[in-house]
Design a protein around this ligand. Structure first.
Ligand SMILES: [Zn+2]
Length: 279
């Protein structure tokens, strides 16, 4: 197989992980080869024998020093997400780490996201997750520190929540449901643990200064978008319960979400604001 990569399968924290180290340009061949290998090996067995054991199909550039750490983060995140939302990933998780911005843009072009902005280092959809290797962040990214292992772990979890969400949503890659940013991003922020004390403190300062979004379309905007969206979904989760949060995975727009919650945009935002003032 060209001699430039190695492939292997191993049990990772109880999760079957298929690992391929390959340059991006050979990935389509690798995917085809993996599929062939899986048709006669443990991948197929894992799929067939336990619905609770999703396949993590992990690909990283050859020799990438971050590959093992990111793969381990992904394995741990899959378990965390399944525990948080109460059901297994319905489909295999196709996880591509890419070496540089050029390959990142090529990988996400089909979602209409290219050229990507410097802060964008991960994309998660039902059928493909792409992460720019932290090795490239110093020169080809902004707002991300490759040495902050905790933030990197949370980022991987965040994107995998988008994958999980997409696997339950009719719009598997979220195209055409832009008005649901507050829930899509809020769920990923809240569920991953990115709703950190630092972010909440910064948001409280903005709220105290009267800088609070007055419409759902403004939640995922500005420097406090992580805290706004994450705390709004946390409020929904605490008020309506986890079962409702899970049911929201299937909605296609904010109108459907509000109908499911039996509330209006105005009431939802008023309740959320009150929860911030009196947590
Ligand atoms: Zn996101």
């Amino acid at each position: 197989m060209g001699g430039s990569g190695t492939m292997g399968e191993k049990e990772q924290m109880g999760l079957p992980v298929r690992i391929t180290y390959m340059p991006w340009k050979q990935l389509s061949l690798a995917v085809a080869l993996s599929t062939l290998l899986c048709s006669t090996s443990s991948c197929q067995t894992a799929l067939g024998t336990s619905a609770k054991t999703p396949i993590l199909d992990f690909h990283a550039p050859a020799g990438d020093p971050y590959a093992n750490a990111v793969r381990d983060d992904a394995s741990a995140s899959v378990k965390q997400i399944q525990s948080f939302l109460g059901a297994p990933f319905p489909d295999p998780i196709h996880f591509q780490m890419v070496a540089d911005r050029e390959n990142f843009d090529a990988a996400v072009a089909k979602f209409g996201l290219s050229p990507t902005q410097c802060w964008m280092v991960g994309v998660g959809t039902a059928d493909l997750m792409v992460v720019l290797s932290p090795q490239a962040w110093a020169k080809q990214a902004c707002e991300h520190d490759p040495n902050d292992l905790e933030a990197t772990r949370l980022l991987v979890t965040h994107e995998l929540i988008h994958v999980y969400h997409g696997q339950f949503n009719p719009a598997r890659d979220f195209r055409g449901i832009d008005d649901l940013d507050w829930f899509i991003e809020g769920l990923a922020v809240f569920g991953s643990g990115q709703l950190t004390k630092d972010r909440l403190d910064q948001m409280q300062a903005a709220v105290s200064a009267g800088q609070v979004p007055t419409s759902l379309s403004k939640i995922w905007t500005g420097p406090n978008r992580y805290a706004f969206a994450g705390s709004l979904v946390r409020y929904v989760d605490q008020t309506w319960g986890r079962t409702t949060t899970v049911r929201l995975l299937k909605v296609r727009n904010s109108a459907e979400a509000l109908t499911l919650l039996g509330t209006s945009e105005k009431s939802l935002l008023a309740g959320w604001r009150a929860s911030l003032t009196h947590p």
